[in-house]
Design a protein around this ligand. Sequence first.
Ligand SMILES: O=P(O)(O)O[C@H]1[C@H](O)[C@@H](O)[C@H](O)[C@H](O)[C@@H]1O
Ligand SMILES: [Mg+2]
Ligand SMILES: [Mg+2]
Length: 269
Amino acid sequence: MAEQWQDVLDHAVAVAQKAGKVVREALQSDRKVSTKSSSIDLVTQTDQKVEQLIIQSVKETFPAHRFIGEESVAAGEPCDLTDEPTWIIDPIDGTTNFFPLAFLLIMGVVYSCLEDKMFVARRGKGAFCNGKQLRVSDQKDIHCSIVATEFGSNRDGGAVEKIFSSLRKVVCLPVHGVRGAGSAAINLCLVASGCVEAYYEIGVHVWDVAAGALMVTEAGGVLMDVEGGALDMMSRRILAANNRHIAEQIVGQIQAFTPQRDDAPPQQQ
Ligand SMILES: O=P(O)(O)O[C@H]1[C@H](O)[C@@H](O)[C@H](O)[C@H](O)[C@@H]1O
Ligand SMILES: [Mg+2]
Ligand SMILES: [Mg+2]
């Protein structure tokens, strides 16, 4: 019997490659940038075009499947994660162009189209980059660890204060270094690849992290909320690490805040 969901994974990889071609071409021409929730929350025509390309392609092959897409939600579509087969799509994550696609949180695809790196994870079956299995770092000492994080797009004074204060405390643990790839998806892939020990961010969305989160657990890492509880995909907060010991030491430094949830009812948005 063909493996369950293999056709879905094959489709995700194929459509990510197709989307990568569109972005590589657009990099030469697309400079039409618009703003969304704030002046630094940007969207280009390519984000919208790529999301439509992915949704159309999936609909043709799997008409019953549902979608949560960054640009569709920005246009007013609901952000409902039900038990129905659902694709969670961020057409372009960060300025360096990674496509995270997650399907029902049982598989994840992140395509770094400029580097031609295809990250793929399936629940219970491991995480891979261009076919090579990924494994988190075995570092146990926080002082020898590299931590990735991002400032995000929230410029509310109170939130910015907490982000800086948390970062200062993490730096002064001390950790070996701090990095930020500009993309939640790729930061999670860096944890999964063993290139950094941990990544945390407050303000991300479910489409930023759904695919990369699976990459981390399938590479042997852990996920939790920034205050140490279980990860809630819709809470817009995430901490990923190579092991629980490293994660818990970072939790102790984070001054958390609570952004509006991704699944908040529309009237509150
Ligand atoms: O909006 P896109 O899809 O580029 O995604 C976001 C990144 O994934 C965040 O880590 C990052 O911190 C930013 O919030 C960025 O906006
Ligand atoms: Mg994103
Ligand atoms: Mg995006």
